[in-house]
Design a protein. Sequence first.
Lengths: 290, 233
Amino acid sequence: MPELLQFLFSGVTVGAVYALVALGFTIIYNASDVVNFAQGEFVMLGGMLTFVCHAAGLPLPLAALIAIAATSAIGVAMNKLAIEPARGAPVVSLIIITIGASIFIRGGAQLLFGKQIHSFPAFSGDTPLRIGGATILPQSLWVIGGAVVVFVGLWLFFTRTLTGRAVLATSNNRLAAQLVGINTGFVMTLSFALSAGIGALAGVLATPITLTSYDVGLAFALKGFAAAMLGGMGNPKGALAGGFLLGLIEALTAGYLSSQYKDAAAFVVILLVLFFMPQGLFGQKSVDRV
Amino acid sequence: MLTVEGLRSRYGRIEVLHGIDLHVDSGEIVTVVGANGAGKTTLLKCLSGTQPVSGGTITFRGETLTGVPAHRRPARGLTQSPEGRQIFTNLTVEENLRLGAYLFTDDRVEKDMGDAFAMFPILREKRNLAAGGLSGGQQQMLAMARALMGRPSCLLLDEPSMGLAPIIVQQIFNVVSGLKALGVTVLLVEQNAFGALKIADRGYVMETGRITMEGAAADLIADPRIREAYLGI
């Protein structure tokens, strides 16, 4: 029994990281229908920039804030320099541009920060908490808490605020959004800033557990994308559920079968879901009547 | 209120508006009628800022609109209800209306929504449904109601009767002619020339990117050339 609990703890921790990455995907997807594959690089930048600032002598909270702000700025720059000039191109082209941007960011990080693996201290120490015979790191609670807070924030943003609905309106019908007075260019800037900031936050929270190096982004992007697809692309609820579900599937497979199969198990489940529920678990069917 | 002088616009190298002159005075319903492809929709898109202008000027309430981006024009009182309705299909009817008043956060938004529901009672019934599930006529009503939520002083209406059953068309035209009483000036673009001229004060006839006739709506309806070319009488 403690064994199962232990697997669940580790699954929820990893799942929270996936959920944060998936939530980042959600925002840009909602604003533009683009799946931003550079989302994983934002996670890497969050961890890496925090490490650099912390190593330079800044206190950890300040280092984390700077890293999140800087990553947001990089997200905005990516939109301005790479996505906006290609506005009007098919969505697939834009997605490929994001893949290019992710390779560019990864290469830049390798040049600037080197190839070493880095980390920084956990926020609340490294003494594991004992719960029901299993242990959990205090940092895991930070990650889980972060995912839940970001989820609640986004959910309120999209359902309760006019700006949030303007984001949804922009993705649904850009022309009509302009005609009611929505500055669609600003909506895109805002989406990239938010997405990148949330990605960076994931990196800041997870790095004490997972460590960071210039090339961790790709794995985060793939798993976060899988989580978002599993839950239903574009839906914050789906991103959260998909993230936790994916983390749990991986942890249980690794625990009871073999850690070699954990990625395979996760992707098999995703394939099954997409076969039988192509919209994902929480995705809404699009209603269009002509 | 709205003055257009020598307006030109092109798609790539092909010019589709060859110098349009027209004006709409405050409180009027003015209609631009003409066949499919005459450039009527392009004209409205130039006015709302969603189609680039290659020459001429647009003046609205004494200020030029040159260089004013589309999303800033509703704040000046010029709002377009576009061709093909262009509602937010994934959002509910109520969310569509709320977004119509995107520029406003005051108490009048609630009141305007009540007025919109009074104007189109079917929208009240369907307020919590996704707008994409509405019928064509209901979507047209929603598009007009959404535009009115933006408190326009001048409403640009593009083909509101397109593809709708005659009884719905009549209902839509009745609402348009009622806008006058609400103090909204209307520029109505229509293929349904007869219906549009019947409710308009003045009319323009557009052919292949040019204005070919203009005058009081009653005179245009009576004109033998119009009757033959557009009214099928």
